[in-house]
Ligand binder design. Structure first.
Ligand SMILES: Nc1ncnc2c1ncn2[C@@H]1O[C@H](COP(=O)(O)OP(=O)(O)OP(=O)(O)O)[C@@H](O)[C@H]1O
Length: 347
């Protein structure tokens, strides 16, 4: 394991009588394979707090998991590095890749489960072994973890990893006009909210306040936009004066806004919520409803379920923002399809 030099074994060496190269341990006569866990840590997450918390957590992690698991830590050196680490770990046969950081780090780890439009596989093609996804939520927002009801408590997260229970989750796939497919596990969104996310990423030093600052900046010179959408390969429909269109595999975005309140990452479909013809004062008056997920009954808000959604702008500004899991992705047009039960999540 760990041909990749960026994977550093973060545990005491195995006792010298344990010689098996695949880390198998003989216990009471039965063969017991040590789990190979790769922790992908963004030291810059949450303005550097993730790195500091990780350093304090590591001794506890070793004492809690080190008897049964090989613990490898890999610190990311910059954007997209987590994708490469994850791909390499899966190819090498890791039992789990654990994203340590915020939703951006989780997003990159999820993208590392895929390459060239297909799930990444273990080098040993004959093996039925699969790599699970784990999460230690230590970011600014950690919105995906909210849907699962997880607190931002790393000790709880370590208990979930220790138990090793797995549940299959869906992943969203986004295809653009050119280039590789892109994947998301939480929420993808279009227009105002995506623009707000783009600006918010510049103000992460203010913690969760960055989302409010980003939204205010995005509203400046914002225009609602007519879009064309095609749901589940049906007919094209015109959707007028769209303020924001959100495609939820999970429920929360923007640091705790319950935007797609009926989304469920194990349902096999998305919840799509469209906000139309909203003005700044609508947001001010209805913001609390967006946060607690009661906005679906508000005028000009609609919700429907879908397995695939194609979206184009009517007009050719080429400036309708798209983001997924809070990461800026470019501009419309895009097609979103769901990959049901494609990843096993340690839960
Ligand atoms: N070493 C690094 N230096 C700078 N940026 C990095 C590094 N490693 C990863 N990143 C980038 O940092 C971004 C944000 O990280 P992360 O999501 O962990 O924290 P956050 O933004 O504080 O939390 P959240 O996304 O939940 O709001 C990631 O999208 C990733 O591309």
């Amino acid at each position: 394991m760990a041909r990749n030099p960026s994977l550093i074994r973060a545990q005491p060496p195995m006792p010298s009588d344990l010689t098996s190269s695949d880390c198998s341990v003989l216990r009471g006569g039965a063969s017991f394979r040590r789990r190979e866990l790769i922790f992908v840590v963004n030291p810059r997450g949450a303005n550097g707090t993730t790195g500091q918390q990780w350093k304090k957590l590591l001794p506890y992690l070793r004492s809690r998991l080190g008897n049964d698991c090989n613990i490898c830590e890999s610190l990311t050196s910059g954007p997209s590095h987590a994708i490469d680490i994850t791909r390499e770990a899966i190819r090498e046969g890791a039992d789990a890749v654990i994203a340590v950081g915020g939703d951006g780090t989780l997003h990159e780890v999820v993208n590392g489960f895929f390459c060239d439009g297909k799930p990444v596989c273990n080098h040993d093609m004959n093996s039925s072994h699969s790599t699970a996804l784990g999460i230690i939520p230590l970011g600014t927002g950690s919105d995906f973890a909210r849907t699962l009801g997880w607190k931002n408590d790393p000790h709880d997260a370590i208990e979930r990893i220790a138990k090793g229970l797995k549940s299959k989750v869906d992943v969203g796939c986004i295809a653009g006009e050119i280039g590789e497919s892109h994947y998301f596990i939480n929420v993808a969104d279009i227009h105002l909210s995506a623009k707000a996310g783009y600006y918010a990423s510049r103000y992460k030093k203010f913690g969760n306040l960055c989302y409010v600052i980003g939204a205010l900046q995005a509203f400046f010179r914002h225009h609602n936009q007519d879009l064309r959408i095609k749901v589940d390969e049906g007919e094209w429909e015109v959707c007028s004066q769209v303020t924001a269109l959100c495609i939820g595999n999970a429920k929360y975005f923007g640091g705790g806004m319950k935007i797609t309140p009926n989304a469920n990452p194990s349902s096999g479909d998305y919840e799509m919520v469209i906000l139309q013809d909203f003005k700044l004062y609508d947001f001010i008056l209805k913001l609390h409803k967006l946060y607690n997920g009661t906005h679906l009954s508000v005028k000009n808000v609609s919700s429907r379920r879908a397995r695939s959604i194609e979206i184009e702008e009517i007009g050719s500004s080429g400036s309708i923002f798209v983001q997924s899991d809070g990461e800026f992705l470019g501009f419309l047009p895009r097609k979103f399809s769901i990959l049901p039960a494609v990843i096993e999540l340690l839960c």
